[in-house]
Design a protein around this ligand. Structure first.
Ligand code: ADP
Ligand code: NA
Length: 324
């Protein structure tokens, strides 16, 4: 049986990077496999959060999953902290992981660099992520490219645990798209687009108004060549726009390059704004329609219950194996 698990942090407004790299896959996979999609609020508190804002944002992300096409009748959609086994297995796995392994995680280096004080949780966060995945016996984890290293760590921890304590965990595979796994920042196309980056102009939120994202796309950094060609190394800006276009249009990059031959960047950007206005408006409209807190609560309670049933079984198996 294929079982997919994935999560998104409520650490900002979801971007088109999150949508194209992760959520779009969530929607496709819910039809092929048993799926659990989580809003990982325990991960968000690795950096300071405003309590009311955090609670609100976690729910907004659930609403956005649903607006993007995740169907609560096909997939289990829940909030991580509602299932206490995440924290429990997270601790146990901290005692089955090594400092040396965590020291190799590049994301910690990026996120802690230049900060005066850093919480321990930011450092151990990849182990909580391993717990999230292993709790559900996930066989596949649909994520963007930036999470590859964390999935590798998850596999290492699980394999070692199985070796030491007997077959306990399913070893998960990362499911990373060949194309679109790394949407780049609009202002600096050599960096990944992130919902928590400082510069607002680097990203486009799924819920952003066309008048706002139009400016960002029209000003997106490209190059002086004015020739539309896909070349991520030498032309990262225009290649990023082609990638975004291709994913929203369900058209191949080759097709787009042919269509825009001899035209300047301005035309491509203008059409991309129009296409995204179309696609994002549809999601935004569904998002508004789904604005029903009581209904959302109902979904979240039922889903957490379903998730907990699986998670409890795994934790019991782990405790048994370890003598707890
Ligand atoms: P962010 O890095 O934007 O704060 P998260 O860490 O919560 O987002 O990641 C949520 C999911 O979105 C993960 O699967 C991650 O790999 C994916 N993702 C994040 N940014 C991008 C991007 N720029 N391109 C493709 N996928 C991305
Ligand atoms: Na990330």
């Amino acid at each position: 049986m294929r079982r997919v698990f994935s999560g998104v942090q409520p650490s900002g407004n979801l971007t088109i990077g999150n949508y194209l790299g992760a959520i779009k896959q969530f929607v496709e996979l819910q039809n092929e496999a048993e799926a659990l999609y989580c809003v990982v609020d325990l991960h968000a508190i690795t950096v300071p959060q405003d309590p009311a804002e955090l609670r609100k944002r976690s729910r907004e992300i659930v609403q956005l999953y649903l607006a993007s096409g995740v169907d609560p009748n096909k997939a289990t959609v829940f909030i991580q902290s509602h299932v206490k086994e995440h924290a429990e297995l997270g601790w146990i796995l901290q005692c089955a992981s090594y400092m040396g392994e965590l020291n190799r995680m590049t994301q910690f280096k990026d996120k802690s660099e230049g900060k005066q004080s850093v919480h321990v949780g930011l450092y151990t966060y990849p182990i909580l992520m391993a717990a999230d995945i292993l709790l559900y016996d996930a066989t596949h984890v649909p994520v963007g490219d930036d999470q590859k290293q964390h999935i590798e760590l998850t596999r290492d921890i699980a394999e070692r645990f199985n070796g030491r304590f007997g077959e306990t965990f399913v070893i998960p595979e990362p499911q990373i798209q060949k194309f679109g796994a790394r949407i780049m920042a609009l202002d600096e196309p050599t960096k990944k687009m992130s919902k928590s980056a400082e510069n607002e102009n680097s990203r486009i939120a799924i819920l952003e108004q066309p008048s706002v994202f139009k400016k960002k796309i029209m000003r997106a950094v490209t190059d002086t060549e004015n020739e539309i060609r896909f070349d991520e190394e030498n032309k990262p800006g225009i290649s990023n726009l082609l990638t975004i276009y291709s994913l929203f249009a369900n058209a191949s990059v080759e097709e787009l390059v042919a269509r825009y031959q001899g035209q300047g960047y301005g035309n491509l950007k203008k059409d991309l704004v129009e296409l995204m206005t179309d696609k994002l408006s549809a999601i935004q409209k569904r998002y508004e329609e789904l604005n029903d807190p009581a209904e959302l609560d109902k979904i979240l309670v039922a889903s957490a219950e379903k998730a907990r049933t699986i998670a409890e079984r795994t934790v019991n198996r782990v405790k048994d194996a370890m003598g707890l």
